[in-house]
Ligand binder design. Structure first.
Ligand code: AMP
Length: 370
């Protein structure tokens, strides 16, 4: 099977690494002009001049990032199977559409308003009560295009700094922790779920994910599964879907956003689960049986952001698995990750602390169950 991937970053790279054992071949269509996958056949195409060449080389198409032109994906869909569908992209690239879908499917979210001027932003901040988070409706990721307002009077400044025609303004959630659930739906509608992960973000960028969680109520996992199942079935979705949630004090979950693809908070599955999210995505889109999602052991994923650490020392840690993306160092850039496995969560937290000390810019790891 020749698989075409829209986008050519590290997620595409890891999809390919998971697909070679299945005898898949990969062709990437890179719309950015800056591919980093470093694997497979990469067609650099910022001006959409090489679509026919790409389509001639592939049997089916998937993608590794959602900020794509929906028209482009629809054009491709008319010629080759695309999983997940262009409808999933259309919704996931627009925070207003996403929130509306959550609400329609009875998935709770933070309170929010849509605004299209600085004055409307100020009014929404007053109505919801500060602090609020203002986010651009489209194009935002990793905390970009966002501002926290501590006072409605900061609206003009926030509006100017985000510089986008429409924003979503959300009540600031006083969460106990951020979590995510990843699920996979096959072409036949079968769904499997990974254990939920706890995610630590700093400045909007994921730094640590840990799964499974030692203190997660089975009811909370079941609730998250109900939410993501509703989304998968509604979208007749095929492949991996990620739902990021806030867990609040009473255990309730509020949906933050979803991603129609393999996700950074699922990188722990590469070493920590029986079947990785990447392999399961490839199985799903090819109509193959889905693999076991069970965790092998308590696992923590540590992102390498901006600068790499002492890789020799990291590799000397027992059951540490280094995944480098072969990128050059740059502030804020995702360069790789480390998966640490241990027999218990206590041992895992010790390992995480030791490993973080080998990374020049790692924030101190903090988990809700420590
Ligand atoms: P997002 O791009 O929506 O995932 O936001 C990036 C990060 O900002 C999240 O992972 C949270 O840490 C924080 N954040 C976003 N929205 C809210 C909110 N409504 N309340 C509290 N924190 C938030």
């Amino acid at each position: 099977m020749r698989i075409g991937i829209l986008g050519a970053g590290q997620l595409g790279r890891m999809l390919a690494l998971a697909g070679y054992p299945l005898a898949n071949r990969f062709v990437f269509l890179d719309p950015t002009g800056n591919p980093s996958a470093g694997i497979g056949d990469i067609i650099i195409d910022p001006d959409q001049q090489h679509l026919d060449e790409f389509l001639a080389k592939v049997d089916l198409v998937s993608y590794e990032f959602e900020h794509l032109s929906v028209d482009l994906v629809r054009t491709i869909e008319a010629q080759k199977p695309v999983y997940p569908s262009s409808e999933a992209i259309r919704i996931c690239q627009n925070r207003a559409e996403e929130k509306a879908l959550f609400t329609r499917l009875n998935i709770p979210t933070p309170q929010y308003r849509l605004v299209d001027s600085a004055a409307a932003l100020e009014a929404a901040a007053r109505e919801l009560g500060c602090p609020v988070v203002a986010k651009s409706i489209t194009e935002g990721y990793d905390g970009k295009g966002q501002a926290v307002l501590r006072d409605p009077a900061e609206a003009a400044e926030a509006w100017a700094s985000i510089n986008h025609p429409q924003l979503i303004v959300e009540a600031f959630v006083d969460f106990v922790r951020e979590v995510s659930i990843i699920a996979v739906r096959g072409r036949d509608g079968q769904i499997v779920f990974y254990p939920m992960a706890e995610n630590q973000h700093v400045d909007g960028i994921l730094r640590y994910s840990i799964a499974p969680l030692p203190d997660l109520d089975a009811g909370v996992q079941a609730t998250a599964e109900t939410y993501i199942r509703a989304l998968l079935d509604e979208l007749d979705y095929v492949g991996v879907l990620t739902l990021e949630l806030f867990q609040v004090r009473d255990g309730q979950l509020l949906a933050n956003e979803m991603a129609p693809r393999v996700h950074n908070s699922g990188h722990w599955t590469m070493d920590g689960a029986v079947t990785s999210q990447f392999e399961n995505h490839l199985r799903a889109i090819q109509g193959l049986p889905l693999g076991d999602t069970a965790a092998r052991a308590p696992t923590c994923m540590i992102n390498l952001i901006g600068r790499e650490g002492d890789n020799t020392a990291i590799l000397a840690i027992a059951d540490a698995h280094l995944h480098r993306y072969d990128k050059t160092e740059r502030a804020g850039r995702k360069l790789g990750h480390i998966n640490l496995l241990a027999a218990s969560h206590e041992e895992l937290l010790d390992k995480v602390g030791a490993c973080a000390a080998l990374l020049p810019e790692a924030p101190s790891p903090r988990f809700s169950f420590e």
